[in-house]
Design a protein around this ligand. Structure first.
Ligand SMILES: *[C@@H]1O[C@H](CO)[C@@H](O)[C@H](O)[C@H]1NC(C)=O
Ligand SMILES: *[C@@H]1O[C@H](CO)[C@@H](O)[C@H](O)[C@H]1NC(C)=O
Ligand SMILES: *[C@@H]1O[C@H](CO)[C@@H](O)[C@H](O)[C@H]1NC(C)=O
Ligand SMILES: *[C@@H]1O[C@H](CO)[C@@H](O)[C@H](O)[C@H]1NC(C)=O
Ligand SMILES: *[C@@H]1O[C@H](CO)[C@@H](O)[C@H](O)[C@H]1NC(C)=O
Length: 255
């Protein structure tokens, strides 16, 4: 039984722009309950970061579609490591390379994964097809391949296994990018402030335009009063009525 299967696979997709902000994380795990995908898509230069988090039980070994549970000659393999939390990183040197991998102990349970496999699940070579092939495998010797994960190129030059130092620096650069929780509070306050400010400006603009319209109307009325007064003066002898100044409807309003 492999309920406690625990090889966790994290892939950091580093978009190679000068700015380190463009780091995408893909997480995957064999662990039951993990929501991480075991079928990932990666581009040239992307780093696939694997972390084995259960002691001495699991491996991460490159296999093939034809023989899902047999370690591929010239492929990479972590071997079984007695330590916990083993980090392992592979850089993709060719974007079109499809990588099949398996936990050599639990391959027949379908504990396998793919990188850049066909997206259509019904296509030959897809992740789904690989899982089925692994489950149907008649391999009974699950001896994992030795740890061949010394830094260098593997799989006919399509993959590069990173050194521990490389992995460490990738993990560190990733961790530095995680947003601390207090920053979320700051961002929230900032957004609220911007919203309030916008509302204030909008209300001010709206009230000012109402005021301007009311003022224009009052001015018009005043002008027609004057005209009327002038014409009444010419027709009728006597004092013209003094034009009445309309009060500003918004007088005293603080805008
Ligand atoms: C991985 O598999 C899931 C479920 O089959 C699917 O929804 C998803 O599109 C696949 N992703 C890739 C990159 O193949
Ligand atoms: C993948 O692309 C490279 C060029 O980038 C080419 O040399 C190689 O033959 C391709 N491999 C496959 C399996 O298509
Ligand atoms: C296992 O299956 C392969 C075909 O996938 C076959 O060639 C081989 O003989 C089988 N081995 C055993 C022991 O059944
Ligand atoms: C495999 O060997 C490399 C190089 O000796 C080492 O850095 C790495 O930690 C080993 N990994 C495992 C899983 O044993
Ligand atoms: C290397 O290429 C050969 C020939 O195409 C192939 O049979 C073999 O499986 C490849 N090995 C790896 C590890 O990709």
């Amino acid at each position: 039984m492999s309920l406690a299967v625990t090889i966790v696979f994290l892939a950091f997709v580093l978009v190679c722009l000068a700015d380190a902000q463009n780091v995408q994380t893909i997480t995957a795990g064999y662990s039951k309950g993990s929501d991480s995908p075991l079928n990932v898509t990666a581009a040239v230069g992307d780093v696939l970061y694997f972390s084995i988090i259960d002691t001495g039980k699991h491996t991460f070994s490159q296999t093939s579609l034809d023989h899902p549970c047999v370690a591929l000659a010239g492929g990479f393999s972590t071997g079984v490591d007695p330590r916990d939390n083993v980090d392992f990183g592979v850089k993709l040197l060719e974007g079109n390379a499809t990588v099949y991998y398996a936990c050599m102990h639990h391959c027949h349970d379908g504990e396998v994964g793919t990188v850049n496999a066909a997206l259509d699940p019904t296509a030959p070579g897809s992740f789904d097809a690989f899982v089925l092939a692994a489950k149907g495998s008649n391999v009974t010797d699950f001896t994992p391949a030795a740890n061949v994960s010394t830094p260098g190129t593997y799989a006919n030059g399509t993959l590069f296994v990173l050194s521990d130092a490389d992995i460490k620096s990738i993990i560190e650069s990733y961790e530095h990018l995680t947003v601390p929780s207090w920053a979320f509070g700051l961002i929230f306050v900032g957004i609220v402030a911007i919203m309030m400010g916008s509302l204030y400006l909008l209300a001010r603009y709206w009230l000012r335009s109402i005021r301007a319209k009311a003022q224009a109307k009052a001015d018009d009325e005043e002008r027609s009063w004057e005209l009327e007064s002038v014409s009444s003066k010419t027709l009728v002898e006597g004092q013209p009525r003094a034009p009445v100044r309309r009060a500003d409807p918004f007088e005293g309003f603080p805008i």
